[in-house]
Design a protein around this ligand. Structure first.
Ligand SMILES: CSC[C@H]1O[C@@H](n2cnc3c(O)ncnc32)[C@H](O)[C@@H]1O
Ligand SMILES: [Zn+2]
Length: 427
């Protein structure tokens, strides 16, 4: 047994009991399990993990899920031309119903692949929240704005905070999402902060994604994006920063000091040729770094297994060190670190008594997962979305035998194809 496999037994076990949406026991011996059975009666669900491995649900830490409608719509371009020439003109034609459909499609893809929580940033966040509620996934939904759209954002943010920040919607969590320092002037960031303080909300924002952004912010404010946002006061709230590709040692020190979490999106950064984030340095400095896919138009899928493997391999190449970003650390980033970034440490991303029962059963009886010399390495380096057999969110089964129980996937695919054809005809 390798060191990583020994550690992994804290998190991965086939012997799990669920009661009231939470883990009742994990890895209990037969006597303990019998005691729980007697105490919980029929409300106890026991998982038969024979031939499978249970692991915590994956946390996709940065997404624009409704951009599933723009999958393979604009490719092989750098970020700014991609946004301004292709994506923003297409998005200008979308209404709430389109965004709801795109969200249901993207969520279907995520659930089937074992993502149980995702953090989103998109227009019509109320419709994304509806899709979360109906499909059974857990979502951090973020009212958002770019520049002048702040005026529409404020009432939406207040409405969403009133509805979802006061409890009673256990699978929908709210954060506020100014798009980026290059699209959101300081006055609007400060107003966003006030709302975040009023409702106790975190903030999600793109930071330092490209070299262009670095230069733009340097010209405008004479600072790095991280310094600029610190000076605006943004880091007084819990912040989830997407990307952080161009951060220097001092930026990293600032992020660590203020407890800024980072969503690392390696495939999107590679596809847009944005660059390679210094993940190893950020982790070494104590920055909490999780993993996201970014939107399905810059990735072009929502597969966290691919993202984990890419994250690990890319850091090995970037640092010329095969020891950097081990299999175990990579799995932690996609689970534990993601949970911490959204303020749910200990509750999500782990299989321990008392945690929410968001977990997967992975079918290990597959050629590419055999033999099991190292379970953790098999999961991080060989696992695929299609290996996910069963998915629980809050103790409810949403995927069983590789089939999504909460949506008609074929109908969803058909509807998305038809809708996109119709959107393209719109003036
Ligand atoms: C204000 S809603 C979100 C906004 O972000 C755009 N977007 C998608 N991917 C990226 C990215 O990698 N960097 C910056 N902005 C991105 C999306 O199209 C929406 O307009
Ligand atoms: Zn993004």
């Amino acid at each position: 047994m390798t060191a990583s496999e020994a550690d992994a037994h804290k998190y991965f076990t086939g012997n799990i009991g669920i009661a009231d949406g939470r883990i009742a026991f994990a890895g209990a011996d037969p006597q303990q399990a019998a005691a729980f059975r007697a105490r919980c009666g029929t409300s106890l669900r026991e998982i038969d993990g024979r031939g499978k491995v249970a692991m915590p649900g994956l946390v996709n830490l940065h997404n624009h899920v409704s951009m599933s409608l723009m999958r393979s719509y604009a490719d092989d371009m750098p970020l700014m031309p991609w946004l301004t020439e292709k994506i923003w003109p297409f998005e200008a034609k979308l209404d709430g119903e389109d965004i709801y459909l795109g969200a249901r499609l993207g969520i279907a893809e995520m659930l089937l692949g074992g993502t149980t929580t995702f953090v989103d940033m998109y227009w019509h966040s109320d419709r994304v929240a509806d899709a979360v509620t109906e499909t059974g996934i857990r979502g951090v939904v973020c009212p958002t704005f770019v520049g002048a759209s702040y005026d529409a954002f404020e009432p939406e943010a207040l409405r969403m905070a009133e509805k979802y920040a006061s409890g009673g919607h256990d699978r929908v969590q709210i954060m506020l999402a100014p798009h980026a320092p290059y699209t959101c002037p300081p006055e609007t960031l400060k107003k966003t902060l006030k709302i975040a303080e009023q409702y106790g909300l975190g903030i999600q924002i793109h930071i330092s994604e490209t070299l262009d952004e670095q230069q733009t912010i340097r010209e405008q404010y004479g600072k790095t994006p991280v310094e600029h946002l610190r000076d605006v006061g943004l880091f007084e709230r819990p912040v989830l920063a997407a990307h952080c590709v161009y951060v220097n040692d001092s930026d990293i020190e600032i992020m660590a000091r203020y407890g800024v979490s980072v969503a690392h999106n390696p495939q999107s950064n590679m596809k847009l040729a944005s660059g390679i984030a210094p993940v190893v340095q950020m982790l070494a400095a104590g920055v909490n770094v999780g993993i996201g896919t970014d939107g399905p138009s810059s990735n072009n899928d929502l597969d966290m297994w691919e993202e984990m493997r890419t994250a690990s391999l890319l850091q090995k190449v970037a640092t010329a060190d095969p020891c950097s970003l081990s299999a175990y650390r990579t799995l932690q980033m996609a689970t534990v670190h993601g949970a911490k970034a959204i303020g749910r440490e200990g509750e999500l991303g782990v299989i321990v008594p008392g945690a929410l029962a968001d977990l997967l059963l992975v079918d290990m009886e597959r050629p590419h997962l055999s033999p099991r010399n190292d379970l953790i390495a098999n999961l991080a380096y060989c696992g695929k979305a299609s290996d996910v057999d069963t998915v629980f969110v809050g103790g409810e089964i949403v995927v069983e035998g590789g089939r999504l129980l909460t949506s008609d996937v074929r109908a969803l695919c058909r509807e998305a194809g038809e809708r996109v054809a119709e959107i393209k005809q719109r003036g």
